[in-house]
Design a protein. Structure first.
Length: 274
């Protein structure tokens, strides 16, 4: 397909596991900007762990609401690039999502009701020659640009039921009423070294009501909750609920992951303070 400019205002977010400073991201910007020059492009996150589909799905499910209705969210975490895996378009809650059919979309669709899903097949919109290793440039970027220009989702491909999507089960904490504890996992370690778990404020409050809690992680026992990082002295461990309302372990002005020797998928236990 030849790149030819057109005009219409829209907003596209880009997320990927390409890494910081990758030229792949800039090239996707370039393709979209040629096809739809007045479209706004926002880089949401390009530091998703390589091939980590669950992290990509969680990221989008937690953050798309902070963008205007009608936004188009492109998620390129695609270890199956070049294979026969499908390209999926999801419309839900007034937003559009483009991603490979590898479970990412299932985590977003199950988070919201009344989802519409299409299996996209529009080779006439792809760039040519079509690379087998860079569908972000040749497939996802032009599809997003044409959606921004007003292409109807109905013309993009065949309708699917959400249950037909490749599925990923979200990592949910386990509630043990006999032992009176919540067993969760570390789902992310952020740029600051903060340890983010899959245990939400709502889960903790509903399980323990007004009880103080103890957190066991990496062979250490941490007691109590803070409201903000600087509530403890610099260099001290602090446990709080972050902006996503998830239980987080941090070190004030330090790196909790290094201090506690913790990585993604490690176990964390929350129990009532004795």
């Amino acid at each position: 397909m030849k790149l030819t400019p057109a005009n219409r205002a829209a907003l596209i977010t880009l997320s990927s596991d390409f890494g910081p400073g990758s030229h792949f991201v800039g090239v996707m910007h370039g393709v979209i900007s040629v096809l739809a020059p007045v479209t706004r492009i926002i880089d949401l996150c390009h530091t998703i762990r390589p091939h980590d589909r669950r992290q990509a799905g969680r990221l989008m499910a937690a953050n798309y609401r902070y963008f205007p209705a009608g936004s188009i969210h492109v998620v390129v975490v695609d270890p199956g690039v070049g294979s026969q895996r499908r390209i999926i378009l999801l419309k839900t809650s007034g937003h559009y999502f483009l991603a490979p059919d590898n479970g990412i979309i299932s985590l977003i669709a199950t988070d919201t009701p009344k989802s519409l899903v299409w299996s996209v097949k529009r080779p006439d919109l792809y760039l040519t020659p079509l690379s087998r290793t860079f569908h972000g440039r040749d497939v996802f970027a032009p599809l997003a640009a044409h959606l921004a220009l007003g292409e109807s989702p109905e013309t993009m491909g065949r309708r699917l039921e959400p249950g037909e999507l490749a599925q990923l089960k979200p990592a949910r904490p386990l509630l043990d009423y006999e032992l009176k504890q919540i067993s969760g996992t570390v789902i992310d370690v952020d740029h600051f070294g903060n340890i983010i778990t899959n245990i939400s404020r709502e889960t903790v409050n509903n399980f323990f009501v007004d009880s103080a809690i103890t957190i066991d992680i990496g062979g250490r026992q941490l007691r109590g909750l803070a409201s903000y990082y600087d509530e403890v002295t610099p260099g001290s461990v602090v446990v709080l609920f972050n902006s996503g309302e998830l239980l987080e372990i941090a070190v004030n002005r330090g790196r909790a992951c290094d201090f506690l020797q913790i990585k993604a998928d490690d176990r964390v236990i929350v129990s009532e303070m004795g």
